[in-house]
Design a protein around this ligand. Structure first.
Ligand SMILES: *Cc1c(COP(=O)(O)O)cnc(C)c1O
Length: 220
């Protein structure tokens, strides 16, 4: 019941233009069903095996988002159904997603993941690397992926000024890329940032997609 209540409350308090990804990693199908019955349709997972299993067991109108670090050799498992990949951090990965999307006769939406935190453990591109990808010959050839925005994770920190600055940096990257490469693409519109501890700041800084786990499903 608590899960349904959290979903209802979040839907009521989060602005309509901000999507909610319910991060269900490590949580059982029964927990996902409770959120589903409260109207939630977007779920985020960070392990390939887990999302494949859950997708096969649960309702077919769920949008599954992959939010973790994706290895190229595992792309083929999620390519048939995944609706958004948040963590594109190399040309190699993007090419592989394109290849598997083609095999499945799909176009797969992707977000470029940026490194905005101060922690070495996090993944992501810097703006120079992102521009190099978008300007490359090989990127122009990719017809089965569509880049629909950017994603980032802030530092795991109580320093809210730091966290806000990192979100602002991601927003700036989005604006730069939009102006330089995607001004004609209305589909380039997503800024995926904000988790349970910092989503309110992320929304203030322009998030369009918050990824919420703990606040919906409780501790992992
Ligand atoms: C686990 C995870 C989340 C959700 O984190 P919570 O703090 O539980 O809301 C969001 N984004 C990514 C990339 C994650 O791995």
């Amino acid at each position: 019941m608590q899960i349904a209540k959290s979903i209802t409350w979040l839907k009521k308090t989060i602005p309509e233009n901000v999507g909610i990804v319910a991060v269900s990693k490590t949580k059982p199908a029964s927990a996902i069903m409770q959120a589903y019955q409260a109207g939630q349709r977007i779920f985020g997972e960070n392990r390939v095996q887990e999302v494949v299993l859950k997708q096969s067991q649960l309702a077919s109108d769920i949008d599954w988002h992959f939010i973790g670090h994706l290895q190229t050799n595992k792309v083929r498992h999620i390519a048939p159904f995944i609706s958004l990949i948040h963590g594109i951090d190399s040309m190699k990965l993007l090419s592989e997603v394109n290849r598997e999307a083609l095999k499945n006769n799909r176009i797969i939406d992707c977000l470029l993941q940026f490194y905005i935190a101060t922690e070495e453990t996090k993944f992501g591109l810097d703006i120079t690397e992102a521009k190099a990808i978008l300007e490359s010959e090989s990127y122009q050839q990719l017809k089965n992926i569509r880049i629909t925005g950017v994603m980032g994770m802030s530092s795991f920190s109580d320093d809210l000024i730091l966290v806000r600055r990192e979100f602002r940096t991601l927003h700036d990257y989005f604006v730069t890329l939009k102006a330089q490469y995607f001004s004609q693409c209305s589909s380039f519109g997503h800024i995926s940032m904000g988790m349970s501890g910092d989503y309110l700041i992320a929304i203030e800084e322009g998030s369009t997609l918050v990824r919420l786990g703990t606040i919906i499903f409780g501790d992992r």
